[in-house]
Write a protein that binds this ligand. Sequence first.
Ligand SMILES: Cc1cc2nc3c(=O)[nH]c(=O)nc-3n(C[C@H](O)[C@H](O)[C@H](O)COP(=O)(O)OP(=O)(O)OC[C@H]3O[C@@H](n4cnc5c(N)ncnc54)[C@H](O)[C@@H]3O)c2cc1C
Length: 356
Amino acid sequence: MERDRVVIVGGGLLGCAVALEIARLQGARGGGAEVVVLERAIVGAEASSAAAGILAPRLEAHGREPLRSIGVESLTLYPAWVASLGADVGYARVGLLKVVRPGDSPASPDVDARWLDAAAARAMEPGLAPDILGAWSLPEEATVDPRKLLPAVHAAAAAAGATFRVGEEVTATDAAGVTLASGERVEGRVVVCAGAWTAKVPGLRALPVRPVRGQLVALSGAPIRHVLCGAGGYLVPRMDGRVIAGATVEDVGFSRGVTAGGVRAVLTTATAMVPGLASASFDGAWSGFRPGTPDELPAIGAVDGVWVASGHYRNGILLAPLTARWLAAAIVDGAALPAVFSPGRFEERGGAASVG
Ligand SMILES: Cc1cc2nc3c(=O)[nH]c(=O)nc-3n(C[C@H](O)[C@H](O)[C@H](O)COP(=O)(O)OP(=O)(O)OC[C@H]3O[C@@H](n4cnc5c(N)ncnc54)[C@H](O)[C@@H]3O)c2cc1C
């Protein structure tokens, strides 16, 4: 009889993290199913390496549950998770300042936020514009460099025993396996981690996951110390001194690329927050597709016998360790998953018809 197999569709951060966690959990039990990741292009080349790498559940959730609590829980897992990868992935608990400028809402972003007046905020981050009114400080928030994280998670999953097959597009899916563009059938329990393309995976019940394009710009020569968020965007420090400025939020389908208007919008927000960035070097710009859902919550669970980890929208880097831990426990040990993230919830609300 053929050995049991787990077939993961998509080699972004979610696919790699789920593969790693299943392989490790089975390894700890002395063995288990073969874990195979099928990636149609290059591992980690889509949203997961386009991301800014902000790990900020208290800001991103705007106080909304359950996004805030799962984000905080996943952030708590981060230090041990990245340490287990055995590579420098640029993880740093730098803290975040939500900068308030004239005309911005002065409301606190979270119960944990502490108000700093302009002088105190500028003492922490000297490059902030002279006209700021102050900033809300969230010292627990962190960053990671997605372009270092992806290869590290990929390598760790391979070292733990997962197999990666690149250039393999999945063209049909069911509860017993998948079919590849070559016509090959790969049997096993299926986990769809296809990011913004999840609604296009043939055979999977339509989930309302849609692409939301984001454009980012890299600047160098004017380093910052904290993640800085303003009304229209954010700035993220990299350990090499660069600053990543973002991001547009665009409903343009799968239209790839960077636009003059997108870069202008990002740079306008960036230089309004930190005027010194106007003389920074332009190190490039790129875009990616966030996997968005109607309720901005991820889809984690099974639908028609097919497992799904998708729709992580703006927080896929943050939520990867917790999502992977949950799915591995469900697939390997039969643990229950929180119903609030069930991929079936959209159909119950009539949302499946709104796939764009
Ligand atoms: C500009 C931008 C900034 C962001 N900033 C942050 C941030 O600061 N913090 C944060 O937490 N999150 C951030 N995100 C969100 C985060 O990047 C995503 O939520 C996360 O990367 C999604 O990971 P994924 O593995 O689901 O998708 P992806 O990384 O897109 O991977 C999906 C993979 O599936 C493959 N695939 C699709 N269909 C098939 C098929 N049929 N067969 C085989 N393979 C297939 C694709 O080729 C792709 O490699 C940002 C996203 C963007 C675009």
